[in-house]
Design a protein around this ligand. Sequence first.
Ligand SMILES: C[S@@+](CC[C@H](N)C(=O)[O-])C[C@H]1O[C@@H](n2cnc3c(N)ncnc32)[C@H](O)[C@@H]1O
Length: 259
Amino acid sequence: MSTSANTDFAPRSSTQEMDRRAKFVETFESSPIPRRELVYSQLSLYLTRQELSRMYAMTELYRDYVLGTNGVLMEFGTCYGRTSALLTNLRGMFEPFNFTRKLVIFDTFSGLCGTNEKDGNDRLATDGAYCAGDGYENHLAEVLSYHESESPISHRKKFEIVKGDASKSISTYLEKHPETIVAMAYFDFDIYGPTKACLEALRPHLTKNSVLAFDELNCPEYPGETSALAEVFGLGKCSLKRSPFSPWMSYTTCESIAG
Ligand SMILES: C[S@@+](CC[C@H](N)C(=O)[O-])C[C@H]1O[C@@H](n2cnc3c(N)ncnc32)[C@H](O)[C@@H]1O
């Protein structure tokens, strides 16, 4: 499930989990490990089982579906950018010389935008939730540039951050890039409006091998993502799969949608 930017940490957690995790944050903050070593070799000391599982599920998705097909990666809803960073590093690991594997990132960076009645009434399904903060995209660009610099062909920038309401910016992006073929689109807006708008806009850019992946299908707190997929492609046409390592992530290739 998603991180919580400007929201309570882990909205589904029990009180004991919340207390334990708050204490672990203190443990992390008081880490005696020198910062340089922390960043370059010891970060996994603090990596949780849940986050490791999510990374593993994404790694499988990349290896088994993205690697053998042409096209760009698109992330819809990045927040602080953990998935963008992971995808950048997976590209560097699995296909270091594929400079055509661009990563396009869509986010307002000011939180959810365009919630409506199809999004239910969870307190985190409201405009402004998951705000990463003013100017966060600059920090993200710096981090992604660093990760790119650690892999070959780093003089070619392979990511683009598209800031703004994706319901509108998706068309502008695709008009500017009519060559776009989607290898994988990862949806984590959590909500109906932008998910539906982006699914519709992507349609002419999908091949049978394109992967559509989602973070909140079948999610009672965020019903809008399921509604968007149902309305654009029809749930009955999607051969939905999931990794045993992630309770939330699920995906379909467009082969099943094309029939
Ligand atoms: C749950 S967070 C994403 C979490 C992130 N994928 C992760 O794994 O940490 C949802 C993100 O979608 C973005 N978002 C929601 N509605 C949007 C819209 N209409 N246009 C662009 N971004 C939007 C929010 O700003 C937020 O960063």
